[in-house]
Each structure stands twice: as structure tokens, then as C-alpha cells.
Design a protein around this ligand. Sequence first.
Ligand code: FDA
Length: 390
Amino acid sequence: MDYDAIILGAGGAGLMAAATAGQAGARVLVIDHADRPGKKILISGGGRCNFTNTGTEAECFLSENPHFAKSALSRYTQWDFLALVEDHKIAWHEKTLGQLFCDGSARQIVAMLLAECEKGGVDIRLNTPAGEIGHADGLYTVAGARAPVLVVATGGPSIPKMGATGIAYDIARRFGVNVVTPRPALVPLTLPEAEMPFRAISGVACPAIATAGGATFEEAALFTHKGLSGPAILQVSSYWSPGQPVSLNVLPNAAHLLRDARRRMPRAHLKAALTEHLPTRLADALAARIGLATELGNVSDAEVDRVAMELTALTFHPSGTEGYAKAEVTAGGIDTGALSSKTMEVRAVPGLYAVGEAVDVTGWLGGYNFQWAWASGVACGQAIAARTQI
Ligand code: FDA
């Protein structure tokens, strides 16, 4: 059967591209090897899907070309997606930091996308691996279907047990398109043995300012039995490179608080002062690491400043990340230098498009990655519609 476009991947980006093109009159086929569409949407946001962020702007994304995402993001904004959510009568709430979630279930977002696809007469074929992709005489052939347009919407290899693959990169390379080295992002970091005393406090979380690779985020940090996690760490993990340190400020006004504690309770030890502001197990671990043996009343100003400095810049040297098995997204991907930022088409290969996480555009934690999936999908869908009408 022939179509105007074959979209490989029934995730957020692929379904959005399909619905947009289909509703504009294009005959669209979506192919996916999974047994149901939008699997990552279903597990996202703890089952409630953090579907966008009110603060979305290009600065919230990593890419070799930080300007690339601007066009699509400005033409289909967080407010456009929110309007669609409201049209479908999906109740939502803002949790924190502009993050919008369904009140009910992520299933509502998948149902909404499928309803939009149905409105556009989109065919969706599940349990269908991409297999061999043919390309001859301006037509792409996938799983027996032919079309002048092939959209690569297969995401990245994060969470392989959910069916994620790196097929997008294989397709890109086959058509001569460069791939920016993929790496796990929004991912927990592992600590080496030497820094493992913090393993003992696995499960402890605290607000922190995390810094790595030149990026700083203020959110919760979590100590795990393997190392560091929590939103602040996941955020900086996208900027971290092997060999770089990660620093955590767990008590921004430490100098003031310690002087105050020294005045109020001169017979107490550092651990007691820290316990007033931090979880007890973390206070224990920090006091042990800092190793201040004497009572607070005997601690000099210089010593207070040294301890405060340590608490505001706890430095860790991660041995690595927990890898694709735990990475919420994949950074890197199909080189934006090969794509039109307006249409998402590979400029040198007519009819070949790439959208969503497959592309070298990676958002912060907090709904940004879905907003990129929606926006890049719409840009591509509109381009398919435009070429179909000619
Ligand atoms: P996506 O990966 O969603 O879809 C790709 C599709 O291609 C899949 O259906 C897959 O089966 C299919 N496919 C892959 N290989 C194939 C092959 N060889 N043949 C055929 N089909 C193939 N983001 C956010 O903004 N808010 C959030 O709350 C969360 N939460 C979250 C939680 C967890 C646990 C994860 C892992 C990720 C998130 N994310 C997130 C990130 C978000 O899920 C991700 O960025 C988008 O789903 C990317 O959408 P895409 O459509 O590009 O790829």
C-alpha cells in the first residue's frame, strides 16, 4: 500500500507528526515494533506524564547547535500543547518549576494523540519491526509500505528494556548523515569506592545546588547505593563529562549558620549543628568527612570558614553514569547540521526527516523533552502536509 509518509516510531514525536500531517490531508502510516504506542509516555512522570514546561525556551536544551530548536519550539509552544490537552478535557496541574502533569494518568495523553491521529485517518501498524529500509526512485519502502517521505521518530537507546533502540543512528549513517556521539543523559552518576562512605546514606535526599560541566541546578539531590541521583544530579549529568568533578552545595548559608550554632551551643559538635538543617544521616556522614574533632566553641573563624566552604562545595569525582538502562534520555544523536530547523528534513536527502529524541536536541528534566517531541513532530507534520498539497 502506498502512503504520502511513513513514520517510523509511535512515540510522542512520531504520533504528533502523524496527526498533524494526517489532519492536513496526507495519507500517513506509522510503524512501530512495540505492542502499543507511546510506551515512554505511559511510564513518564511517575505515570502522570510531565507533558510540558511553562518555562520552555531554547536555552533549556543541549545541542551542538543551541539555536537549532528555536524555530520549532517557537512555532508550536507549550501553550499550544496545553490548549490541545484542554480541548481533550484532560485535567492537569503545575507541580513545581513550571512542570505540568496530568491529574489523572499518562494514558490520557496517549489516548489524546491516538484520537488526533484517528482524526487525520492515520494508519498505525504495531508489532512491526523496521526491517530492511528500501530507497529507490524517490520512494522509501518499510515493512512492505512505500512513500516518498520517511520520518525517523524512533527516539534514542535510553531504557532498552522498553524497546528503545539506536536504529535512528543506523538510518542516519546509512544516508550519509553525521551522528553526534550519543550518551546517556538525565542519568544517575556512580561514585568510586573512595567516595563510598556516602553509600551508607543511600536513600537520603536534601535540597542542593549541583554544579557540573559549567551548569548549575538547584533541586533535590539523592544519595544512592551506587552514587548520586535526584533531580539536581540528573540535570547536571547531561552536562557532565567523564573525569569532571561534580560539586554539591548542601548548605548555601553554611558560614552564617555555623557561627550562629557556635554562639548558641558552644559545647556541641559539628554533627549537632548540621543536624539542625540537614537529614541526620547526611549530617553524620558530612561530620565524619569533615573530621572536626573539637567542640564548636573552640572552633576558630578561619576553621568555620573552611568547614562552610566544604559544605557549600562538596566535591565528588563520579566514576561514570548508570548508563542507558537508567537514563531518561539520550543526548547527542542525528546532527542538526544536516537538518532544516524549519521542517526537520535532511537537506541532502529529500523526503527523509528526523524528529524527537533521535535528533541532537536534549531538554532539561521537567517536561522539556516532550515539548521538543511535540514541537519537532508538528514542524515535520506541517512540512509533510505542505509537500503533499503540491
Ligand atoms: P520515543 O522513544 O518516545 O518513541 C520512539 C518509538 O520508536 C517507540 O515507540 C519505539 O518502540 C519505536 N522504535 C524504536 N526502535 C524501533 C525499531 N527498530 N523499529 C520500530 N520501532 C522502533 N520527558 C518529559 O518531557 N517528561 C517526562 O515526564 C518524562 N519522563 C520520562 C520517564 C522515563 C522513565 C523515561 C525513560 C523518559 C522520560 N521522558 C520524559 C523523556 C521522554 O519520554 C522522551 O524524550 C520522549 O518520549 C521522546 O519521544 P520520541 O517520540 O522522540 O521517542
